[in-house]
Design a protein around this ligand. Sequence first.
Ligand code: G6P
Length: 382
Amino acid sequence: VLVEKQGFRHFMLKEIYEQPGVVRNCLEAYLDDNWNPADVTQSPINLGISPELYADLEQIQILACGTSWHAGLVGKYLLEQLAGIPTMVQYASEFRYAPAPLTANTLTIGVTQSGETADTLAALEMEKRRRFGQLPKYEPRLLGITNRPESSLGQLVNQIIDTHAGIEIGVAATKTFVTQLMAFYGLALDLAWRRQTLTATRMEEILVGLRQLPAQIELILESQERYIEELAHSFAETHDFIFLGRGINFPIALEGALKLKEISYIHAEGYPAGEMKHGPIALLDAKVPVVAIAMPGTVYEKVLSNAQEAKARDARLIGVTPMNEHEAAETFDDLLPVPVVEELLSPILTVIPLQLLAYHIAARRGLDVDQPRNLAKSVTVE
Ligand code: G6P
């Protein structure tokens, strides 16, 4: 397949712009339009996962690398908070040499957009081997989340959730990340429905919210890109960035920092905002901008007060917040506004301005955005 830039300066920017469309692909693939909320036997989500994989689940373990590991962290939040299943997330490169003790009725999920990352494949193979021939409750149950169902991952696992993002050329993952998140929304909602941890009303509310996401991403792209491009100019001399988030947006802080490191070569750290006082706050001064993800919900006031602590150290504060949030507008020096959205669904929106910020800083520096130094699209060696 020949993939072209279609007038975009880089594949990464084109792929950022494809996100409304690929999120729509996921909604079409995962949501059952004929769902009847009154019928408890019928899930609103259709992932085609066989009941044996789900039966009596007591635990989930997610194995991944890089950006896919960040998607796994959001997945953990959703699986625990929506479906009530204890979930751990491990770097595949760590898990393969120090696996957790075997737990019963455990679903292992490998997340890899390429389906070819050596560490992720090896960790899953190891898990399959050590569980094989054990008591039925310890036997392997492997699920893959990937953009390449035909990959090596596809051969290894019992079942796949296809992320339908289309081919991604830019080394820094963008559209494959948001679609991995979509796969986790699908999985967590499916499990929540089957385990009856969500009411029909709450389920409908979340589904309505999910369907609004493509248009909301479009709105960010249309209304913010120019401004973010301008903002990026002021970071030409910046050497360090801190990204703060909490709860479901902590992994997005990690992802924002990773995007920036990967393509702009600026040092960046993602941190859970509440942990800043235990170390990173010592780094702050007027030369270190702080990007805080502050979305109304369980941790909103907490993040705002963490951001104020950074401001007191003269840091330039940039807030990813909902449009028209006046409290936030007073706290931050610069705003990266996103449409109003419930906290649970916000990662799909909050990551977009962070991708654009990293992109424009790197492009401004004249760097090879699609092929950053020392990185590969998929790492097929250990
Ligand atoms: C490489 C890429 C990253 C990616 C990681 C995991 O390091 O540069 O963008 O997140 O591999 O890739 P995977 O295909 O397993 O998701």
